[in-house]
Design a protein around this ligand. Structure first.
Ligand code: ADP
Ligand code: MG
Length: 497
């Protein structure tokens, strides 16, 4: 969930059960994921062709990508660095020696007849990701991360009699990030992928754009009675949105429970999620590793890294969301919830910090989350497109802090800056929005309201809460510009409270 959406959804207080009630008792869902993340890199894994999205078909294809006989792959150092950074960001073991293998299978969009991947010795080993879902934090184990080539694309819908092949994607570097089966609900599965995407985007190792297919998840689902061994799993291929991940887990778990409750058993298979029909469908029975005849690619040497190289990359890592969250809670006295919303995207976190520096952190967080994110959300804008800059929002907060304007007027100023731009202090000056703190003016307004409402005055003497009505009247009379505290003080004095 993006920071903005999280802000809108508000705090979830109810904890959802991880158990799915069945006719004859409760079932637990078990989920493990294989996420394919396209490596952010200008060139492909073993060739210099461009990886840019949306080019005309077959315009980014080198002889290596087209698998011309005799062509040799040459490893792209940047892709390796990105995989190592990713491993470090996932607090994972970095393997100083890893091996590229050929995974052999036939498909028209795979001209090599094999995919270069890593099998027994991946570049990244075990790690962990801390995930928040429904106010609970849980850990998901990372099994491994390996580098592999993407395949080309088969296009079936251009012509009734032909299938076209576009090799632009052929050879683009992917990281396959394999989790342990540590998730227990659709929500947890969604939260895991969101968090993974956040980390990758902070690291700059994958842009995480699911719409472009830069992040796709194979979702493995099984069900069991709590406490029993894991059940047989089905793998749902290529689920390409967070929403669909949730739906796919739910319908697949339901399907398996129904089979088991009818006395049947689950066949281990690869399935497709059909979002239009809201169901999963069998694609093929699960292939086994030996079906692929994996063997080390004789064209490539083992990948050997030095500890110095890894340490150098570690040194260059940015502050990651978990660390940033802890720092925000400490430095700006934020609630864990607000901090989590703000760090969900690096740009939001940076925007917040630019506003909060040297100001009250809690107020800054409220304004960024409620006013700014709320408004961005309404317009469908990303933080980078915000018409109100951090400097402008900061200037509005300064005007509140110096009592120049009330919080209410500040919202009007925010709206003016949003639609017309400009310097908040100048806007306040020019439009005469400055708060009236001058007691003389406030006293005059109070006297007028008291004189006009003798019955209410009598009421206020016995019912102190009635003062609120007077404050409202005086604020109205002053166009919302009177300082509410000053109004309160003057009223109390004049009413003899
Ligand atoms: P394979 O080598 O056949 O792909 P793995 O053991 O590598 O199988 O697991 C692939 C994915 O399936 C991992 O993400 C793992 O967490 C998940 N997984 C394994 N067993 C189960 C299970 N019983 N239920 C749900 N997910 C599982
Ligand atoms: Mg696998």
């Amino acid at each position: 969930m993006s920071a903005q959406k999280a802000a809108k959804a508000g705090k979830t207080t109810e904890k959802s059960s991880n158990l799915i009630p069945g006719a004859t008792g409760d079932w637990e869902v078990v989920i493990g994921m294989e996420v394919h993340a396209q490596v952010a890199s200008k060139a492909k894994l073993f060739s210099g062709s461009s990886t840019s999205f949306g080019a005309a078909p077959n315009t980014h294809v080198s002889l290596v990508d087209a698998a011309m006989p005799g062509m040799l792959p040459v490893i792209n150092g940047e892709c390796v660095a990105q995989a190592v950074r990713t491993g470090l960001g996932l607090k994972a073991q970095i393997n100083l020696v890893s091996v590229f293998d050929r995974k052999n299978y036939f498909y028209p969009d795979l001209p090599q007849g094999y995919q270069i991947s890593q099998y027994k010795q991946p570049v990244v080993g075990e790690g962990t990701v801390e995930v928040d879902a429904d106010g609970e934090t849980f850990s998901v184990g990372i099994e491994r991360v390996h580098l592999e080539q993407d395949a080309g694309k088969s296009i079936h819908d251009q012509h009734p009699d032909y299938t076209y092949i576009d090799l632009n994607r052929s050879g683009v570097a992917l990281m396959e990030i394999v989790s342990k089966p540590d998730m227990r609900s659709a929500k947890q599965a969604q939260a895991y992928v969101s968090k993974l995407r956040t980390i990758l985007r902070y690291l700059g190792t994958c842009d995480g754009d699911m719409e472009k297919g830069n992040l796709r998840a194979d979702v493995n689902v099984s069900v069991r009675r709590p406490g029993e061994p894991f059940g047989t799993r089905c793998e749902i291929k290529n689920v390409n949105s967070i929403r669909f991940i949730g739906q796919a887990v739910e319908v697949e778990a339901r399907r398996q429970i129904d089979i088991l409750e009818d006395g049947g058993s689950i066949d281990q298979e690869t399935r497709l999620f059909d979002s239009a029909k809201g169901e999963t469908r069998s694609m093929r029975s699960k292939e086994e590793a030996h079906d692929y005849r994996y063997f080390p690619d004789p064209d490539l040497l083992p990948l050997e890294l030095t500890q110095d190289y890894v340490d150098g990359l570690k040194h260059g890592l940015p502050e990651l969301p978990d660390e940033k969250k802890v720092r925000f809670i400490e430095a700006y006295k934020l609630s864990p919830y607000d901090a989590a919303v703000l760090v969900a995207e690096r740009e939001s976190a940076e925007f917040f910090e630019a506003v909060a520096k040297g100001r009250d952190g809690k107020t800054a967080a409220n304004w960024v989350i409620n006013e700014l994110f709320g408004r961005l959300n309404k317009e469908g804008l990303a933080i980078a497109e915000s018409p109100v800059s951090a400097a402008q929002l900061g200037a509005i907060l300064d005007l509140i802090a110096s009592n120049a304007i009330s919080g209410k007027i500040a919202k009007d100023v925010f709206e003016i800056v949003w639609t017309e731009g400009g310097d908040p202090a100048e806007i306040v000056e020019k439009r005469g929005l400055k708060q009236v703190t001058d007691t003389g003016a406030i006293e005059a307004a109070v006297d007028a309201v008291i004189a006009a409402n003798p019955d209410k005055v009598a009421d206020a003497k016995t019912n102190p809460k009635a003062i609120g009505w007077f404050v409202g009247q005086v604020m109205k009379a002053t166009g919302g510009k009177a300082n509410p505290q000053a109004v309160n003080d003057v009223l109390k004095k004049k009413l003899g409270l």
